[in-house]
Design a protein around this ligand. Structure first.
Ligand code: MG
Length: 474
């Protein structure tokens, strides 16, 4: 034994790569427009999510996890780069006419993993630029199968007004289906799942990073074979149940290949529910408003993570955290180098692992929306909301069965302060009673404005970077 140990130390016998000393795999599952209240473990009724609920039982569930911005592309930019989306020039939701995308100068989570020798694969919705130089395969992913942007950016959209071109399905960098139909949409979740499971089988013997970005439950909703007509809540519930079954299939693949114990699995969503779609939109679980607003219903999302032996089973984290923290957390967990350019996120490993006394590593988080408007700042339990215009369905006729209702726009004329510990529904403005808190949060916001700019305050930031752009059209 001693001789073997000596020989191993001298490099004469290669050390066996056991699960314990191998770099952990990372599986990141990201859904689209799934609200804070749209999982069983977050109080959903009318449909069941047993696989995600089990993931939470075996890991940690965050109650105060946020996206940086309540809209598709901006939210994804933060998840993929660890930056506020406006830092890297990505705002809103990129349309099929967009001629920009994620810059080659940015470092994605896939590139962070690649730097440590990981196999990297993605299935699903990218939405960080659909031209070849912006695709996942040019930003650290070995393989890709999915839609380049939202599934409603297609000619059949009720509000398309002749606007959208045919919706392509892309495999690698090749369009394998130039005109996704309703039938194809119904097969999307199943297609993504099959490819995700195959990726795990192909890469089980080396460290891998798998990003599963479901196109659903973003409207238009379609359920696959065997999933339609099952949930009491209706089609939205059917779609969520199919996503949950997909999570189950991915977890079963990790088990079958005996890599579950060495895999960090994360499940979260890109923004809150699209409320104008009524019964085809999700639920904020009682939070104020939804997608497209910086109220909690727009930016607070479910977040569940499992990592056997590292994350205590059945734990709940009530500290604030954000998608910008995912990249630095994974980088720390796998011993990867930080991106070359400055990023905004921080390692929340201590929160994931439930270390005693672990606190959110940020003094503040900033919620931008629209064209670089700093609409809210969050620090500890306090949230300061700045005067701005937002959309609401309050008092409006509801959308139904795929046809949206019409938002009305509301203006906030003066800043409002909320104590989210006492008032998670943001019903009571306590600014007048807490002038010191308002002042401190205003100072934090001023620092963000100097760095990232703010269209509401007409400030240009010094720390923003350009997105990638196609050359001008001739
Ligand atoms: Mg979305």
């Amino acid at each position: 034994m001693l001789r073997l140990l000596l020989a191993t130390c001298l490099g004469l016998v290669p050390a066996a790569a056991t699960a314990a000393d191998r770099l952990p795999n990372v599986v990141l599952i990201f859904t689209d427009d799934q609200g804070y209240g749209d999982l069983g473990c977050y109080g959903a009724t009318g449909f069941a999510t047993p696989h995600v609920d089990k993931l939470a039982e075996q890991g940690v569930r965050f109650t105060d996890f946020h996206v940086s911005q309540p809209v598709c592309s901006a939210s994804r930019a933060s998840l993929m780069t660890g930056c506020y989306a406006n830092r890297i020039g990505i705002h809103g939701a990129l349309s099929p006419a967009a001629r920009h995308g994620i810059s080659a100068a940015e470092t994605t989570l896939a590139e962070v993993c690649k730097g440590r020798g990981y196999a990297t694969g993605m299935v699903g919705k990218w939405h960080l630029g659909h031209h070849p130089q912006f695709l996942p395969t040019r930003h650290g992913f070995d393989s890709y199968l999915g839609l380049p942007y939202s599934n409603d950016m297609w000619p059949f959209h009720p509000q398309a007004k002749g606007g959208y071109p045919n919706l392509p399905l892309i495999d690698g960098e090749k369009v394998t289906n130039p005109n996704v139909t309703a039938k194809d949409q119904a097969r999307l979740t199943g297609l993504y799942t099959k490819r995700a499971v195959a990726f795990i089988a192909e890469n089980k013997d080396k460290p891998f990073f798998l990003y599963v970005a479901h196109s659903m439950p973003h409207v238009p909703l379609f359920a696959g074979d065997g999933f339609g007509g099952k949930a009491k809540q209706g089609l939205y519930g059917d779609v969520i149940q199919e996503i949950d079954a997909s999570v189950g299939a991915v977890l079963a693949a990790l088990d079958a290949h005996k890599v579950a114990d060495n895999t960090l699995v994360i499940f979260t969503s890109d923004n809150g529910p699209w409320l104008s779609y009524g019964n085809h939109g999700g639920s904020s679980g009682g939070l104020r408003e939804g997608k497209g607003t910086v109220w909690e219903g727009g930016v607070r999302v479910p977040f569940v993570a499992r990592w056997p032996g590292k994350i205590p089973a059945g734990s709940v984290c009530r500290e604030p955290a954000m998608t910008i923290d995912v990249l630095p957390t994974v980088a720390a967990a796998i011993g990867a180098k930080a991106p070359a350019l400055p990023i905004d996120g921080k390692d929340i490993g201590p929160l994931l692992r439930g270390e005693p006394g672990a606190k959110c590593p940020h003094e503040a988080y900033f919620h931008y929306y629209g064209t670089n408007e700093l609409q809210a700042v969050r620090s500890g339990k306090w949230k300061l909301v700045f005067p701005h215009a937002y959309r609401t369905m309050d008092g409006q006729p509801e959308g139904k069965d795929g046809t949206p209702g019409k938002y009305r726009v509301v203006k906030i004329e003066s800043q409002m302060l909320f104590d989210l510990d006492a008032d998670v529904g943001e019903a009571k403005d306590v600014a007048a009673a807490n002038p010191g808190v308002v002042k401190r949060l205003e100072e934090l916001a001023d620092a963000a404005r100097a760095d990232l700019g703010d269209a509401l305050a007409k400030k240009v930031g010094k720390g923003t970077r350009e997105p990638g752009r196609l050359p001008p059209e001739k």
